[in-house]
Each structure stands twice: as structure tokens, then as C-alpha cells.
Write a protein that binds this ligand. Structure first.
Ligand code: MV4
Length: 450
């Protein structure tokens, strides 16, 4: 196992990683920008290094500063958390070249999954079902029109370098294709400097269901069930739950086994998430994330497995400590993302937390790095915490969530907590009856009421 791990992140995820390291007897190094000198991850780490000014590009994304911090402190591994450098293949390669372990998959696996065309080709070869669409990149508008006619409208034009919804346009009919293609392509060119495009059948009202996997790079892999992340706003997840209200045990076993076999065959090491759209009983792969995800605690709640501990174990060269038969799913878990935002407009609301009282009790977990008196800096994303509740079934989980939200007090700033109280009043939420469109339609209805 590692002696000392540097955590190349901030906020709640830096704390999450730090906790796993401490429980394994590993020393921790925090890095921070000048804006984060008072942050909790800095206070709780064994050592800390200031790596630059507030702007992320100059600190948390500054590879030379982070490598220097490793050399100064003698860290033998780096955990990247999520966001920032967590899916940067060059960072993984540079650390490896410096004899520092990147706690994550190989640079090559990150690179493959970062190119959405290559990712799709790769997983399709491994037996994972994908969305019908172009074979590889689409060269020209004429090519696009021919392929779209074959697939049938509506179609979605996507950027190979995209993900998270950027560089994506729907063409409802053949008449829309030319403008959809050129708009999406121009967007991709300016956002990513890469205008390779592909085309897919557009699915109208799917759910977003993702499968958590864990591989050891030695030919072993397991799946840890799915998370339903359909409740999103502008490609930001708001509420995640496990297991999905839409799947039965037979479907779960079938897609889970398909995915874990593919991940084993790929020789993948570390945690990963295979994202699917799910519509009319069918799964369609869209992307793979090669990092630990924000919503990983719902999977931890229903499996009892510490995903960060598993990351540390496989990154240090241990084979998987479990087989698929060791993994069972118990009860139901829901995560609410608590953002420092206006709960109606979602405008950021940084500032000082004047009073803070998190909920507690059986089945309640709060992952957060804030505290009473903490000043939320305006430079980073607005996630200030996650409330994760676990119950024996979904009904108990919903009741516990309502109770926990009622206990939660965050004063001095605006948060998304009131949104979750409203969501719990909705019959569709109580019934688990929602698609990727549900939340934006709900917010539009609420807006019209005012
Ligand atoms: C799609 C789709 C419908 N059909 N692909 C959005 C971001 C990127 N991860 C993939 N996305 C989508 N791909 C096909 N063929 C709809 C979306 C999509 C979406 C997906 C998951 C969660 C929320 C979403 C919101 C809008 C669009």
C-alpha cells in the first residue's frame, strides 16, 4: 500500500479521499489555491502545499505545481478526485513517468474514453449495446444526410470531443440536418479545437442509468449495480438514486454481467462508470467516465463497499478483494446535491455560512467540507455538500430524506435544499416515474406559476 497520497482536489471530495487514506493508515498531502487556505481539506491533511492563485487553471489544473508538490513531500501516489485533472490522460502519463502512481486507470484507457467515437467503437466490440448511429466519424454534410436517412429521424449530431452535452444538436427532420450539423460542428471546433462529429438516433424520453464498475487491471472486474441519474438540469445532476426504480433484478443482472465482462476484457483498472440511456426496456451506451463520480456514495450505501478504499487497493497493485457473488444490494439510497445556488434560478450564491447544522441519525450521510463561519469562494463550482440517505426500501428512504432535509440548516447563503423539499411533494418523484426531461419540465411549470 502507499505510504503517502497527495490529493489533487478540494472541497467535499478531497475530504472523502482523505478519510479513506486515514482509515488505511496512509499519510495525506493536501494541495490548495490561495483562496482555499482556510479549507477543511487543508486543516485535516497531514501536510499541505499551496499550488497557486485562486483560478483553477493556475492551481488545481497546474500539472507542474502538483508534480513539484509530490516531489517536495515525497508522496508516492496522487488521487485526482473528480473534475480538474481526474480524466486528463497526459497528467496520468506524466505522473507515471515520475514514478508516482496515478490513482485511476491507465492514460491509454482515459484517452480512449475521452474520444466519444473511439469509446463507442471500443465498447461495442466488447459486447455492450450502443445507440444506433454512424460507424465512426461523419466526414461531411452529405455523408451525414445519407447516414441520417438510414438511421431514421430524429437524429442527434454529437462531437467526438464532447460529453456533458456540449457540441450536440438535434435534427428532427432532413430539413434540419444541414444547420444542426454545421452548428454543432462549429461549436465543437471552438469549444474543443476538434470538430470530429458522429450521428446517433435521437432518443426522446430515456432515463439516464449508469453502471458502477471496478477492475484491477489483472483481468478481474465486478459491477456494483446502477444509479439512476435522470434528474438533471442543464446537464448537471441534481438527484441520484440506487437502485433505479425502472429496473428489475433480471435486467440488472443481465446488463451488469455484460458490462463487467467487457471491463475485465478491456483490462481496465480502477473505478469507472458506464453511462446508458434506457428506453422501452433497452440499454444504449453513451459514454464511459474513468473517474470516481460525485454520486458514488449511493452505491456505497447499498453495497457497503468503500469505493475509494478499493481504488487505493487496486492502484497499489492488489487484485480485486471481492468476486461478483460477494456483492449484494441492500435497500435504497438517494443523494441530493446541495449547491450554493438560488433554488429557483440556480444563480450561484457564494458567501459566508453564518449558521450550519447538518442532519444526522440512522441512514443519513452528509459529505461536505463546509463549516459554520466558512466563506465559500466564488472561484469554483457551487457544490457544497451531498446529503445521502439510505433506507430498507424506497418508501423508507423518501421519508428519511424528508426528515433529514427538515433538520438541515445552512444560513447566510442560498442553497438548493428547498428544491428537494418541493420535489418530495411530487407524485412522479414518489413513484419513481421520471425521464431525463422531467426536472426541466417541472422547473418550467413552477416558473409559469409565478
Ligand atoms: C443523447 C440523448 C438522446 N439520444 N443521445 C447529453 C449529454 C451526453 N452525456 C449525452 N446526452 C444525451 N445523449 C441520444 N442518442 C439525450 C442526451 C441528453 C441527456 C442525457 C443524459 C442525461 C440528461 C440529458 C439531458 C439532455 C440530453
Amino acid at each position: 500500500m502507499f505510504n503517502k497520497v497527495l490529493i489533487a482536489n478540494r472541497g467535499e471530495i478531497a475530504l472523502r479521499v482523505l478519510r479513506a487514506c486515514k482509515e488505511l493508515g496512509i499519510l495525506t498531502v493536501a494541495v490548495h489555491s490561495t483562496a482555499d487556505a482556510d479549507a477543511m481539506h487543508v486543516r485535516l491533511a497531514d501536510e499541505s502545499v499551496c499550488i497557486g492563485p485562486p483560478k483553477a487553471a493556475d492551481s488545481y489544473l497546474n500539472i507542474p505545481s502538483i508534480v513539484s508538490a509530490c516531489e517536495i513531500t515525497g508522496a508516492d501516489a496522487v488521487h485526482p478526485g473528480y473534475g480538474f485533472l481526474s480524466e486528463n490522460a497526459r497528467f496520468a502519463d506524466i505522473l507515471t513517468a515520475h514514478n508516482i502512481t496515478f490513482i485511476g486507470p491507465s492514460g491509454d484507457h482515459i484517452r480512449i474514453m475521452g474520444d466519444k467515437i473511439e469509446a463507442k467503437e471500443t465498447v461495442e466490440r466488447l459486447g455492450i449495446p450502443v445507440v444506433p448511429g454512424s460507424k465512426g466519424a461523419v466526414a461531411s454534410e452529405a455523408d451525414a444526410a445519407r447516414i441520417a436517412d438510414e438511421i431514421g429521424y430524429p437524429v442527434l449530431v454529437k462531437a467526438a470531443a464532447g460529453g456533458g452535452g456540449r457540441g450536440m444538436k438535434v435534427a428532427e427532420t432532413a430539413a434540419d440536418l444541414s444547420s444542426a450539423f454545421s452548428t454543432a460542428r462549429a461549436e465543437a471546433k471552438s469549444a474543443f479545437g476538434d470538430d470530429a462529429m458522429y450521428i446517433e438516433k435521437y432518443l426522446g424520453t430515456p432515463r439516464h442509468i449508469e453502471i458502477q464498475v471496478l477492475g484491477d487491471g489483472q483481468g478481474n472486474a465486478v459491477h456494483l449495480g446502477e444509479r439512476d441519474c435522470s434528474l438533471q438540469r442543464r446537464h448537471q445532476k441534481v438527484w441520484e438514486e440506487a437502485l433505479s426504480p425502472a429496473l428489475n433484478d433480471r435486467q440488472r443482472k443481465e446488463i451488469g454481467e455484460t458490462v463487467s465482462k467487457a471491463i475485465a476484457d478491456l483490462g481496465y483498472s480502477g473505478v469507472g462508470t458506464i453511462e446508458f440511456l434506457y428506453e422501452d426496456g433497452e440499454f444504449y451506451f453513451i459514454e464511459m467516465n474513468t473517474r470516481l463520480q460525485v454520486e458514488h456514495p449511493v452505491t456505497e450505501a447499498i453495497t457497503g463497499i468503500d469505493l475509494v478504499v478499493e481504488q487505493l487497493r487496486v492502484a497499489s497493485g492488489s487484485p480485486l478483494s471481492m468476486t461478483q457473488d460477494d456483492i449484494t444490494f441492500s435497500g435504497h439510497a438517494i443523494e441530493c446535491r446541495i449547491n450554493a445556488e438560488n433554488p429557483r434560478t440556480f444563480a450561484p450564491s457564494p458567501g459566508r455560512i453564518t449558521y450550519y447544522h447538518p442532519p444526522g441519525g440512522l441512514g443519513v450521510r452528509v459529505d461536505s467540507a463546509v463549516y459554520q463561519g466558512y466563506m465559500i469562494p466564488p472561484h469554483y463550482d457551487s457544490l457544497i455538500g451531498k446529503l445521502i440517505v439510505h433506507g430498507r426500501d424506497r418508501v423508507e428512504c423518501l421519508m428519511r430524506l424528508r426528515r433529514a432535509l427538515d433538520e438541515f440548516v445552512v444560513d447566510g447563503i442560498q442553497t438548493t435544499i428547498p428544491l428537494f423539499r418541493d420535489l418530495l411533494e411530487q407524485a412522479d418523484i414518489a413513484n419513481g416515474d421520471y425521464s431525463i426531461r422531467w426536472l426541466e419540465e417541472f422547473l418550467a411549470r413552477e416558473h409559469d406559476k409565478e
